[in-house]
Write a protein that binds this ligand. Structure first.
Ligand code: THU
Length: 138
């Protein structure tokens, strides 16, 4: 498989920040998920006055891809307005681990700082579908 166009994916993630609904934190995050079919699904963080209902940009992008019937996420870019690159929250790491396990995860900030990691880097020794399948097969 050819290398994903990371520059295009990063630009899509930056554009996705405009779709964020973050009136409470005003911390606008953008994410873009590139699927095996070549489509890019965008996500911005979507907050709620009942704060815990908030969904991070990463999950919005991934769920959007899955909702469209996509099952293979090749690359995921996440951009945060931070000094260092983004650090996805624990919930997002869990979701990335299961729903985008073979993806290249590009973390970036608005100053051009980038870091390419794997879902396994983000969630070492993670719990996933293999544990469930193994228990059900007994
Ligand atoms: N947030 C994301 O969307 N992605 C991250 O990787 C970190 C945090 C959101 C959740 C919330 O809307 C805001 O950023 C502040 O935590």
């Amino acid at each position: 498989m050819t290398q994903p166009d990371y520059a295009a994916l990063a630009a899509a993630a930056i554009a996705a920040r405009e779709r964020a609904y973050a009136p409470y934190s005003q911390f606008y995050v953008g994410a873009a998920a590139l699927t095996a079919s070549g489509k890019i699904f965008l996500g911005g963080n979507i907050e709620n006055a009942a704060y815990p209902m908030t969904v991070c940009a990463e999950r919005v992008a991934i769920f959007s891809a899955y909702a469209a019937g996509e099952r293979e996420i090749v690359a995921l870019a996440v951009v945060t307005p931070t000094d260092d690159v983004a650090s996805p929250c624990g919930a997002c790491r869990q979701v990335i681990f299961e729903l985008a396990p073979r993806s290249a995860v590009l973390l970036l900030n608005l100053r051009g700082l980038r870091r390419l990691v794997t879902p396994q880097d983000l969630l070492p020794f993670g719990f996933g579908p293999t544990q469930i399948a193994e228990a059900l097969s007994r």
